[in-house]
Design a protein around this ligand. Structure first.
Ligand SMILES: Cc1cc2nc3c(=O)[nH]c(=O)nc-3n(C[C@H](O)[C@H](O)[C@H](O)COP(=O)(O)O)c2cc1C
Length: 188
């Protein structure tokens, strides 16, 4: 299965998280996972990808990051049937407690509305926000990261989320399973 990571980032936080997610996925699948800035990628080249990880920060009290806002018509104009889309979002749960990672909802729904299967829902317990459009029934629609207030939790969250996403899209191929080595000789 081809895997790609695409992000929109205004000041680098989401770009940094996307790079870490790509590196974590690479470790698990044992091959390169390319990571693209949405401002520079041809969305058409991503249509045949099996697992597409998409990341956005939230700006202007609940809006998509600017580069995703520009690219959104290109997302909804395409048919993503057959693509698993795993969304992640960066936000500020204290400074913007009422619109925490709202953009994650918009990005996820754009892909879902165009045929994608969403994967990677993430528990909303452990965050201090008041409300989020990306949350329903105790789950965010994807991974939530807050590098302002919970920077120390990001790496562990990324690792757990990547394992869960891979298990969801490749349920018969356990992640991090050791490669079978030569069989030990049987004893008497
Ligand atoms: C003016 C401004 C508006 C913001 N609005 C929101 C918001 O509505 N919801 C939220 O969760 N975070 C909000 N944030 C926080 C950013 O999403 C956060 O800093 C993020 O890490 C930025 O990532 P980026 O550098 O990849 O764009 C806002 C930040 C600023 C400076």
């Amino acid at each position: 299965m081809r895997i790609r990571v695409v992000y929109g980032s205004s000041f680098g936080d989401t770009a940094d998280a996307a790079g870490r997610i790509a590196a974590t996925l690479e470790e698990h699948v044992g091959r390169p996972v390319p990571c693209h800035d949405v401002a520079a990628v041809d969305l058409g080249s991503l249509e045949s990808v099996g697992l597409l990880v998409v990341g956005t920060s939230t700006w202007h009290s609940g809006d998509l990051q600017d580069d995703w806002a520009v690219a959104l018509d290109g997302v909804t104009a395409r048919d993503w049937t057959g693509t698993n889309v795993a969304p992640f979002g960066l936000g500020d749960q204290r400074g913007y407690a009422d619109t925490f990672i709202d953009a994650l909802a918009d990005l996820a729904r754009a892909f879902e509305g165009a045929g994608a299967r969403l994967v990677g829902a993430w528990p909303s317990a452990g965050y201090e926000h008041a409300s989020s459009r990306a949350e329903r029934d105790g789950m965010f629609v994807g991974l939530a990261l807050d590098v302002e207030h919970q920077p120390d939790l990001s790496q562990e969250r990324i690792e757990r989320w990547c394992c869960a996403v891979l298990a969801e899209v490749e349920p018969l191929a356990p992640v991090s399973a050791p490669r079978p080595g030569p069989r030990a000789p049987r004893g008497p």
